[in-house]
Design a protein around this ligand. Structure first.
Ligand SMILES: Nc1ncnc2c1ncn2[C@@H]1O[C@H](COP(=O)(O)OP(=O)(O)OP(=O)(O)O)[C@@H](O)[C@H]1O
Length: 328
């Protein structure tokens, strides 16, 4: 990472009729980092990335890409920038290689060997001579990254690159982004998976209804995360609830679909389980309902408030500190 800013968006707003898709957001992406823009469906992620590419104009605010703006530099903003919004499109009756050759020609040609290099990076070299129509969705996404790399960008922008992929495709895409980041490329990606952003990003902006709900490092996000929630199945929920009195650090409630929801620090959950066993209460299962970061994501974005209603919040502080960061 360096002091140079790859992206500096300041107070950017965009409305579509009555819908304020992006509501005064500011984002700073340093050169060399992997930056995640995270949010539930409709949060405004794609709208923000479309403005970055100049596909739509902000109503107000300024977006600088490596110091350049659309107002001052026009299409020069895209020098050193590549990527795709939503899914990349290819000619299905041409091979992967032919598609890349065509794109390279449109861009004025690629230096010798580059095509093979980018195919290698995205792990498609051995399938490059097959028609794209027969590619899996994950292969097409990776071909999209290869097409972007042909432009030898300094900044790669990917809109939900793992969306719609099966678990193997997700694993491959994440590994690819990590490899690109390790090579020094700046990557800005959108996602609605906390787990994905946690795994591959250095910094994150969480968007909710067009606005910024959190800005910061993954480490900061982890520190804010609440205790995990568990679903406990017992042979006698009434007794299990009564025995919880000895564990005041836990929050317990009945799950409407059966069982008990238990929230609290892991060591206290373990101690409670030991209490139940010692008292002879039959234990039928203990499952993690949401990881702490997933829980935090839902708290920050109100993505599914209904689901949160019955989950006790043993530590209210994270919710307050989360809100205090909200730049609404
Ligand atoms: N061209 C458009 N015309 C009208 N409304 C739009 C347009 N583009 C986006 N919106 C609206 O703006 C809001 C933000 O949409 P956007 O696609 O940016 O969200 P997102 O976070 O990318 O969601 P997703 O994860 O579903 O792609 C939504 O309410 C959407 O319906």
């Amino acid at each position: 990472m360096s002091d140079e800013l790859a992206v500096e968006a300041t107070d950017v707003t965009k409305s579509f009729g009555a819908v304020r898709a992006v509501d005064g957001i500011s984002v700073r992406v340093s050169a060399g980092e992997v930056y995640g823009v995270l949010g539930p469906n409709g949060a405004g992620k794609t709208t923000f990335l479309r403005m970055l590419f100049g596909l739509i104009r902000p109503d107000s605010g300024v977006i600088r890409v490596f110091g350049r703006t659309w107002a001052e530099d026009g299409v020069g903003v895209l020098d050193g920038v590549a990527g795709f919004i939503e899914s990349p499109r290819f000619y299905p009756y041409l091979t992967g290689r032919q598609n890349l050759e065509g794109l390279a020609l449109l861009d004025g040609g690629a230096r010798p060997g580059l095509l093979e290099e980018v195919l290698e990076v995205v792990d498609l070299r051995d399938r490059a001579d097959r028609r794209v129509g027969g590619y899996s969705y994950g292969m097409r996404q990776r071909l999209g990254v290869a097409a972007s790399l042909l432009r030898q960008p300094r900044l790669l922008v990917l809109d939900e690159p793992a969306n719609g992929l099966d678990p193997a495709g997700i694993r491959d895409m994440r590994a690819l982004v990590k490899r690109l980041a390790a090579s020094g490329l700046t990557v800005l990606l959108s996602s609605h998976h906390m787990e994905e952003v946690e795994e591959i990003c250095d910094n994150v902006t969480i968007m909710s209804r067009g606005a910024v709900a959190f800005h910061g490092t993954i480490a900061e996000l982890r520190r804010m995360a609440p205790d995990p929630g568990h679903l406990l199945a017992t042979g006698d929920d009434d007794r299990a609830l009564a025995l919880a009195v000895a564990h005041p650090r836990l929050g317990l409630s009945r799950d409407p679909d059966g069982g008990l929801l238990v929230a609290g620090p892991r060591d206290e959950v373990s101690a409670y389980v030991a209490t139940l066993v010692a008292a002879g209460v039959e234990l039928r299962g203990l499952t993690l309902t949401r990881t702490p970061l997933e829980e935090l994501f839902f708290m920050l974005t109100d993505a599914s408030e209904d689901e949160l209603v019955d989950v006790p919040a043993p530590a209210p502080a994270p919710r307050r500190s989360a809100r205090s960061r909200a730049a609404r």
